[in-house]
Design a protein around this ligand. Structure first.
Ligand code: AP5
Ligand code: MG
Length: 241
């Protein structure tokens, strides 16, 4: 049993690989991140999760960004960059792999990240993973998404009929037994706004990375999550000896 639960050795351990998960809302960035964290022991930062935590705790930042999040607009570059900077400084010494889930979202953030990496690592080593999924699938997924209301958990489930990502007990988190509910930005208007915003910036971001000679891998995420995870490992050669 001990062997079966032991974390998989991963050839990336030695060189702190950094992944940027770039994908539309509902493409499964958070869900794939979670599998990587559980399987490889990597660290994930979701700037969206951090923003929602601020809102739930009614911090000063939370009060400032509440409206932007609900309506599907981006929060300021400086605010999210500061969050990522603080987090990177905390985990840098011990981490074996880093997933940036939903950051950078603008070229200003991408430039700020490159600057941070040069400052912290003396080099830029980024794997950009672009998630591809049709918009109509995103809308179905987000209409069926339920999230744990415990801010320190925020586990994500799918109530879409027949999904393997349903919770064991209706509207109850498998991990912490807290109640599950919809996200405040999973309304039709907000989803459309988030999709529009995403595609405006996606083009610029891809251009930025191409210009900087940074690697971009694409994944078709319009398949079951375990298959997406397998594809991710194959694509990047991770999880293999
Ligand atoms: P954020 O929380 O990052 O939202 P998002 O980008 O819209 O992405 P989501 O979290 O909605 O989707 P996901 O790709 O993680 O999918 P998930 O795994 O949940 O950001 C929210 C807001 O914060 C932004 O709008 C902005 O205001 C602000 N913000 C955040 N970062 C920012 C930044 N850098 N700059 C400025 N502002 C920022 O999966 C979705 C559903 O599908 C779930 O129900 C899941 O169970 C299901 N699912 C997952 N994979 C599959 C699969 N393969 N097949 C079927 N169902 C699946
Ligand atoms: Mg997410």
């Amino acid at each position: 049993l001990e062997r079966s639960v032991k974390r998989q050795e991963c050839p990336l351990r030695a060189n702190k690989n950094i992944f940027v998960f770039l994908g539309p809302p509902g493409s499964g960035k958070g869900s794939l991140s979670k599998l990587c964290v559980q399987t490889f022991g990597w660290n994930q930062i979701s700037t969206g999760n951090l923003c929602r935590k601020h809102i739930a705790e009614q911090t000063e930042i939370g009060k400032q960004i509440d409206f932007a999040i609900k309506s599907g607009k981006l929060v300021s570059d400086s605010l999210v960059t500061e969050m990522v900077d603080g987090w990177l400084s905390e985990i840098l010494e011990t981490t074996t792999g880093i997933i940036l889930d939903g950051f950078p979202r603008t070229t200003a953030q991408a430039q700020a990240l490159n600057n941070l990496l040069v400052e912290k690592f003396n080099a830029i080593r980024l794997n950009v993973v672009k998630f591809n999924v049709p918009d109509d699938h995103v809308v179905v997924r987000l209409a069926g998404r339920y999230v744990c209301q415990n801010n320190n958990c925020q586990a994500v489930y799918s109530m879409v009929a027949g999904s393997s990502l349903r919770p064991k007990k209706e509207y109850t988190c498998d991990e912490c037994s807290s109640v599950l509910s919809r996200r405040s930005d999973d309304t039709k208007e907000s989803i459309l706004e988030r999709l529009k915003t995403y595609y405006i910036h996606e083009k610029d971001l891809l251009g930025f990375y191409q210009q900087h000679g940074q690697r971009i891998d694409e994944i078709d995420v319009n398949q079951e999550l375990p298959i997406v995870f397998e594809k991710f490992q194959q694509l990047l050669g991770v999880g293999r000896r």
